[in-house]
Design a binder for this molecule. Sequence first.
Ligand SMILES: Nc1ncnc2c1ncn2[C@@H]1O[C@H](COP(=O)(O)OP(=O)(O)OP(=O)(O)O)[C@@H](O)[C@H]1O
Length: 361
Amino acid sequence: MGNCSRSPATQLSSTETRQVEAESQSKDESEVNIDLEHAKQEFEAKYAQSSKQTAKIEDFQLETTIGTGTFGYVVLAKYENRSLALKIMEKHVIVELGQVEHILSEKHILQAINFPFIVTFICAFKDNAHLYLALEFASGGEMFVHFRNMKQLPEDQVQFYASQIVLAFEYLHNLNIIYRNLKVEEILFDADGYLKLTDFGFAKVVQERTYTLCGTPEYLAPEIITGIGHNKSVDYWALGILIYELTVGVTPFQDEDPMRIFTKILQGSFNIPGYFASDIRDLLSKLLQTRPLQRYGNLQNGVDDIKNHPWFSSINWESLLKKRIKAPYIPEPDKHHYETYEEKELIHAETELYPTEFDSF
Ligand SMILES: Nc1ncnc2c1ncn2[C@@H]1O[C@H](COP(=O)(O)OP(=O)(O)OP(=O)(O)O)[C@@H](O)[C@H]1O
């Protein structure tokens, strides 16, 4: 995530979400894959592949740092005349923090997925000190940065964003991938005002349930905290937190002390401001349901319970997927939307001396 601490999210000017044909579409419609069965076959074919040498750092022209994270930083770079985001991770930090499995999983998942609201993988490689992930550059910046000075967003705008997350989760869960990292810092804007999810460092292919404690305290589902095992429904809990945060301006379970945040999450009681309409109240109570077996998204009808909920009744899911709905907010074009970071000199070893496959250290 970005280096900034969390602060309330925000209000945009009164732009409306209008269901109109977007004047321009950044992707050819034929690329948009709505066939979940086909998506699954495509994923399975690519997931197990190992990447041979696909690039080396000398092929990249590094420009500015656009983000920092636990293992390193992300740089805007040029590669074959194209701008991209190069995630540079330090091997020794990954090993010290015991995160080797997570990073390899991030790479395998990213190389195998393809969805309009998720950053596209370009290539991965390594030298003796670093792992590199080259990703499509989401030029609009972090949702967190755009909205941090505002109190809250209009509901129709939150619907526009939340519905893209719903589709991204539908796609990922169909592939048995849990994302586990939803928060405003990991949601980026593309130039067209649509979203791109990034940071698959906690994503995992899980058939049944998994037990690792990971995520951001305010967004953790109760069953992650108690460690009883969790499944994809933790993403729908986090969706509830996101909808609440964007609409109210703060997350529902807050405290300076993470332990007290956990206690509040386990209790599961939160305040919904009186001015909230009944639809959003109802949806939030069904997503922020402490018992996973009763949580929306995890019931017999799966994600359809969420897509068919009255709060989303104005969303045409097909039009959204094809980016035919005009975005309520377009990041200012030709502006650098990322924070300024101190530039580090990348000291890397001769790539040629080392095997370059990313699949092992
Ligand atoms: N594809 C991208 N396009 C534009 N900016 C990006 C992209 N990927 C990452 N960033 C920026 O870099 C930041 C850090 O990236 P990322 O969260 O993937 O790193 P990380 O090391 O996994 O961080 P964390 O500490 O959250 O695990 C993001 O919050 C975002 O601001």
